[in-house]
Design a protein. Structure first.
Length: 117
């Protein structure tokens, strides 16, 4: 898979409790991204945050949240990410989505003996 040096980053921030098709929404988005040939995707759980509701979500032991923020970052061309956003937009109940241009400095992998692809 190739990635242009002037790529785009699609960032999606949702709550980890969000679900779609019996999966966590972040998991569903990552799986769909791979099916759509998006160059790369990562989901990271936040330690603390708030959004449009202004409710603070935290992993602090004193007030443990069951809905921590999850940040999903996808990198590819602007066109591919726009097309992918059209697919996932209807299933994102709440959160924030941003897109920004990025300069891709490195995109490679090392083929191991047991790699099947």
């Amino acid at each position: 898979m190739e990635l242009p040096s002037e790529g785009y980053l699609l960032r999606i921030i949702i709550g980890e409790a969000a679900r779609h098709e019996n999966k966590h929404l972040y998991e569903w988005i990552i799986i769909k991204a791979r099916e759509h040939g998006i160059a790369g995707a990562t989901a990271v759980r936040g330690m603390m945050g708030y959004g449009a509701h202004s409710r603070i979500r935290t992993s602090s032991i004193l007030c443990l949240s069951e809905d921590l923020p999850v940040v999903i970052e996808l990198i590819d061309s602007q066109q591919k990410l726009e097309e992918f956003l059209d697919v996932i937009d209807p299933v994102i109940p709440e959160g924030v989505v941003t897109m920004e241009q990025v300069h891709v400095r490195l995109y490679r992998y090392s083929k191991k003996k047991n790699d099947t692809k």
